[in-house]
Design a protein around this ligand. Structure first.
Ligand code: SF4
Length: 286
């Protein structure tokens, strides 16, 4: 890149991006940036906002993963365990070059461990320009790329950008539209549309489904999601994730109204029942 086109350094470009886990509470790290700079960053993607990088994940895609956690999410899932990632400026502003440089440190190790890079959040496509640039940079380094997304802004990516993503981990929260709105605050339609587009382009997809007792565990509702996913033809596996309370402290610290106070993690029996529903549709579920 020539000096003339070099993006400006992000103000905190040398900040430590690593975190022990995404459960670290991070607030206001980009708050000093003028609004216009934030808007420009989102428009160009030359600067993004990251909660952190974590390494060594075995639950965010195939093999061992380096994960970049973006900030910004337009949904308000009642079970969200990282509500500090909802606000873009809670993240560290970082240039795409710096984010790629950080990832590059792990390139050889990721190849050895047959792993790769996962862009998660928050909702990564809230910063779709930055996401597209960082995923493309990872691809140029020969690193397997995955995005974890709720799919709502999937239409923001071009077909060529989609093709730089080796795997999409798509969250299906619940099937009934009213229940979806109540659980997430948003409509399910754009997510389903994105899923259909990925299917039409034959892009590999894993479905992520959070099992919350009393909220997402209705067998008929799960069967609706499962039937939809099975028909797509490109869903390689389904991950049923048992709800937990690890993020509750963040809701308290942020002064947010947490509505799942008394909800317990699902029993193994409940998890097995959920798995059976997804498997009955012909999907591999674990
Ligand atoms: S889509 Fe993800 S990050 Fe956004 S509110 Fe839901 S669980 Fe949280």
């Amino acid at each position: 890149m020539s000096p003339a086109t070099q993006p400006p350094s992000a103000p905190q470009d040398r900040s430590d991006l690593s975190a022990a886990s995404p459960f670290e509470l991070r607030i206001g790290l980009g708050r000093g940036m003028p609004d216009q700079t934030v808007r420009d960053a989102l428009a160009t993607g030359d600067i993004g906002f990251l909660h952190s990088y974590t390494t060594g994940s075995t639950v965010d895609g195939p093999g061992v993963r380096v994960v970049a956690w973006t900030t910004g999410c337009q949904w308000r899932c009642r079970y969200c365990h990282n509500p500090d990632t909802w606000t873009v400026t809670n993240g560290i502003p970082v240039s795409v070059a710096r984010a790629a440089e950080e990832l590059g440190k792990y390139r050889a190790g990721l190849a050895t461990m047959r792993g790769g890079f996962t862009l998660s959040g928050g909702e990564p496509l809230m910063q779709h320009r930055f996401a597209a640039k960082l995923l493309a940079a990872a691809k140029r380094m020969g690193i397997h790329t995955t995005i974890e997304t709720n799919g709502f802004y999937g239409s923001r990516l071009t077909d060529a950008e989609l093709d730089t993503i080796d795997l999409v981990m798509l969250g299906l929260k619940t099937w009934d539209p009213k229940r979806h709105k109540d659980l997430t605050g948003e409509d399910i339609g754009p997510t389903l549309e994105f899923a259909r587009r990925l299917a039409a382009r034959k892009r590999p997809v894993w479905i992520r489904f959070v099992l919350v007792p009393g909220i997402t565990d209705d067998p008929e509702d799960m069967a609706g999601s499962a039937a939809f996913a099975a028909k797509l033809g490109n869903v390689e596996r389904v991950e049923v994730l048992p709800f937990h309370q690890l993020g509750r402290f963040k809701w308290e610290r942020l002064g947010l109204d947490y509505t799942l106070e008394g909800v317990e993690a699902p029993t193994q029996e409940a998890v097995d029942k959920a798995l059976a529903v997804w498997r009955a549709a012909g999907l591999e579920a674990s």
